[in-house]
Design a protein around this ligand. Sequence first.
Ligand code: NAD
Length: 437
Amino acid sequence: MKDTVEITPANGKLGVLLVGMGAVSTTFIAGTLLIRKGLASPIGSLTQMGTVRLGKRNEGRSPLIKEFVPLASLDDLVFGAWDIFEENCYEAAITAGVLDVSMLEKVQPELEAIRPWPAVFDQRYVKRLMGTNVKTGANKREIAEQVRADIRAFKDTHNLDRLVMVWCGSTEIFMTPTAAHQSIAAFEQALESNADEIASSMVYAYAALKEGIPYANAAPNLSADIPALDQLALDNGSPVMGKDLKTGQTLIKTIVAPGLKARLIGVSGWFSTNILGNRDGEVLDDPESFKTKEESKKSVLDYILQPELYPTLYKDLCHVVRINYYPPRGDNKEGWDNIDLVGWLGYKMQLKINFLCRDSILAAPIVLDLVLFLDLAKRAGMSGIQEWLSFYFKSPMHAPGLYPEHDLFIQLMKLKNTLRYMRGEELITHLGLEYYD
Ligand SMILES: NC(=O)c1ccc[n+]([C@@H]2O[C@H](COP(=O)([O-])OP(=O)(O)OC[C@H]3O[C@@H](n4cnc5c(N)ncnc54)[C@H](O)[C@@H]3O)[C@@H](O)[C@H]2O)c1
């Protein structure tokens, strides 16, 4: 086997920089610590449990992904985070209320040692939050320099070899790209003049990319997906991916919708509603943050069902998405989907899905995979948008002029073929005529 791509080995420690130490981050950190002590299983993580078939179906070669490509070991991960609240990671995990206290106690000292650095925060971008652990500075450029200083200090203190940053902060208000986002020079000028167009998440993304660090956005807000930061990522060799982790209702939607389309079953309506009681739900109760989430959730069906190619089946689809903040449920979200279907000769049918999921339990393994795959991409010399990681996102970033690929199964095929490509293995097309020659 000859690697198509030269990959630097994963030697030394990998620093994981998390922006926001809420439900997702604490569940990811505590989970990883428990797993590496052998106290829990990494269920839901492709990098830890997934396999990749190599060669023909009758060759019997299906190694674990983590044995096929050189990924960082969980033992080598070191965690650092920023948050507007001063609670340490143990306290923040208790506040998030996702994992049982009895589980958290098993890694309590390690969690307590993770204390958040002061955050880049402006309430203009997240209306429902207020905290005191916040940086101050003359302008956003100076604050970005403070983030870079945090990153370097973290690297030195823990003797880290490499770093990855993931935005797991609250969903910021809906924004669209403007002139300030079009070039690195315009972006830096906007940092200097404290322009409103530069949201807090962009300041972190800029700091990471300036340091040549991979960056992922777990939330739906505009962040690294602007031309200025795209260019910076390419210039500095940083792989980037986002946006909005594909968990819960959208995960199910991207599993069911490709199946309906594959069998040419019409869909006239898809009504999705959720009740959610964690802090994320509280932030999304603000209409401006909800709009960001709504845009991200709604685009999925249009791309999967392709109404322009199948007007009879999907042209008049009525797609409604609701999120209701309902505190008694905490992180245990409940989603209902009512799907109005149209079959042979126009006869109507209905499908109801009631998903009682745990948001952060679905999100944590995705964060782990993104950290390990983005670090792999960096060591493989890949930079800019990593479309092969679309599998993990509701609004996958993509090259200009392309439409995003939302079908979970195509996304998985693309991801695994990328791994095969990296290691010089034959890509799998599923043609399979040779078995019948
Ligand atoms: N849980 C899921 O399944 C899921 C799926 C997709 C996307 N997301 C997104 O991931 C993000 C995190 O979700 P969560 O459930 O952990 O939310 P959360 O509210 O529990 O945690 C977010 C944390 O970010 C902090 N924060 C906000 N702005 C910050 C800033 N500028 N700098 C540093 N910290 C900041 C908050 O104080 C909070 O502790 C949200 O945007 C959410 O929409 C979550």
